[in-house]
Every structure is written in C-alpha cells, then in structure tokens.
Design a binder for this molecule. Sequence first.
Ligand SMILES: NC(=O)c1ccc[n+]([C@@H]2O[C@H](COP(=O)([O-])OP(=O)(O)OC[C@H]3O[C@@H](n4cnc5c(N)ncnc54)[C@H](O)[C@@H]3O)[C@@H](O)[C@H]2O)c1
Length: 332
Amino acid sequence: MAAVSRGGPPGCRIGFVGTGGVATRHAQILSGFDDVSLVAATDVDDRRAAEFADRFGMAAVDGVDGLLGVGVDAVYVCVPPFAHGEAELQVARAGVALFVEKPLAADLETAEAMGAQLTRAGVLTRVGHHWRCAEPVARARDLLAGRRVHLVTGAWWDKVPPVSWWPHRSRSGGPVVEQAIHLLDLARVLVGEVDEVHAGATGPHPDQTTSGDVDTATVALLRFAGGAVGTLTAASVLGWKHRAGLEIVADGLVVGVGEDWLEVYDGAGEPQRGAYDRWTACVAADRAFVDALCGRPVDPDRSPPDHAEALRSHRLATAVARSAAMGTPERV
Ligand SMILES: NC(=O)c1ccc[n+]([C@@H]2O[C@H](COP(=O)([O-])OP(=O)(O)OC[C@H]3O[C@@H](n4cnc5c(N)ncnc54)[C@H](O)[C@@H]3O)[C@@H](O)[C@H]2O)c1
C-alpha cells in the first residue's frame, strides 16, 4: 500500500471505503469537480482497491486508518449493507464528514446504533438517496403542493442485481431494504410519514433457493399519518428493470414519478410524460454534499438526506421486511 502525505492539489480531500460499482459512479462524478481531490481508497479486496485507485489517480491504503493517515475531509462509504458500522464510526470519531451509501445497514439495530453515535460525533453526513435531487421529483413536489394525497402505489420490478451479496437476506437486508427503500424514501418526501405497514412476501424463488434466501416478490399496505393509503410492490425475478417509481393520486391530479421519469395527468388533454437523465440526479447529490462540506448554501429540497433523516426511511423499510417475515402489521 502506498504511503501518502497531506498536500498536493487543492480542494476537498475525499477518500473511499469500498471500491465497487457505486463507488466508481461517485468517483467518476467527483473527479469532474474542480473543488475536489480524490486522495485515497480502501477495500477488503486489495486488488479492487488498487485498480480503483489507479483508475482515479488515488492511493490504495490499508483500512480507515490508512485514509485518516493521509488526511481526508470526507469519506464515501460504499460498502454492501452488511458491512456498515465500523468504518463510519471510525471516520466520525476522527471528526471527518461522511457520505454513506444506502441502505444504512442490512438490519435496523446496526443503523440505529450508528445513528446515535454519529449524532453524538456531530459530523456532516449525507446518504445516497439521490432521487431527492432528481428533477422529476422536484416537479412532482411542486405539483402536489397544497393538494391532499389519497393513494400511493409504489412498484420496483427488476432483476436480481449482479453482486454476490444481494440474494442473501443477512447481507443485503432483502429487496425492500436494499432497493425499494428508494420508493419509501420518496413516498416520505412527497406524501409524508407512514405510521403502519402490513406486508406479505413469496419467499425465495423455488428454482433459486441454492443461490439465496431473499423474497422474490413482496407487497405491503402502507398507512400514512396524513390519512392516505398506499401499496408497495417489489419483484426481483425479471431479466430487466421494468419499473421503479410511485404513482400518486391526489385531488384532481395523478402524478407518476421515478428517478428519471414523470407522468402527470389532471384530466385536461393528454397525460404529460417526460424522461430525464438519471446521471444528472447522481451529480446533483454529490454536488450538494461537496457544497455542504465547503460551507456553501444548499437547497434542502435538492440535497440527499443526512443520516438521521435516512434512518427514518430505514426504519420504514425494515418494518416492511419484518412485517413480510412475520405476517403481522408493524407500527413504524
Ligand atoms: N444510490 C444508488 O443509486 C446506489 C446504486 C448502486 C449501489 N448502491 C448501494 O451501494 C452499496 C454498494 O453497492 P455496489 O454495487 O457498489 O456493491 P459492490 O459489491 O460492487 O461493491 C462493494 C465493495 O465494498 C467492498 N467491501 C465489502 N466490505 C467491505 C469493508 N468492510 N470494508 C471495505 N470494503 C468493503 C467490496 O469488496 C466491494 O468492492 C449497496 O448498499 C447498494 O445498495 C446505491
């Protein structure tokens, strides 16, 4: 592993824990920012860390100690759900800011324990719910402002993502915690808090039980504090991503919204449909984090949430997973 010292190019010095798919996305975006220097990366897989570091001109270092040793202003934690906890706490204890990929953990206990300690540490945190930064979400928020919402349907119908940890409940948390949590986070943003959930699930695919134990399909009834009702459906059995988003029925308006699409119908003329670039939302999320890190003003409606706020979505997602496993309603 390389030894690096503080110095070199100006800007916020950023390091990475975990150098897989989503870390690569963040590094591609951040390397285009002229107020950021990517300085070091670590991964339990040394070869991966070395390739990533080489590609983005960083040093590959040993663990969080290595990152802190070279001097960083912020660390992106891009590990799989089961691997969260220690890295965040070590970074926070050093007073360094964190961008943590969702979900916060595979379970609720780890996320709660981390939340309490991060609050005590008082460091800047942001979590990768970048849908909040997407243009269709901003437009949906404006369209729904002042209208009563009655019904929300969320659908995430997709393939099994091609990472080895995903089909294992103890490692990923399952499809709702790992993936459909984007929909739950969005529902909270656009409709409000959910009080109670009641879910059911299929169990694992009968032909794929040797490769994992996550549910193939889940359905949940959601009761919102504001009076609306909703459903969440998740299926990870297709060979393609079919749909990921919400449909919201409000007084005089139906809005369909996802990370990169918007459909609006108010009964006058044809429905309006728009497709958006999802990369733009990913860039906006990293931009908002770096601006907050540099002490610049950030529009809170166009920012990824902090850890405490993301924890509310995590509580909701884990309540759905618990309800699906137990077959009983769960208060959130
Ligand atoms: N916000 C989004 O749109 C988005 C998109 C993709 C992935 N993600 C999330 O990012 C997380 C990672 O997904 P991915 O696709 O990058 O996975 P990945 O498997 O491609 O990469 C994870 C990396 O973390 C490393 N790792 C595992 N445990 C570690 C540890 N304790 N310390 C250091 N490194 C460790 C692995 O070796 C691997 O290189 C997941 O939780 C996923 O949900 C979010």
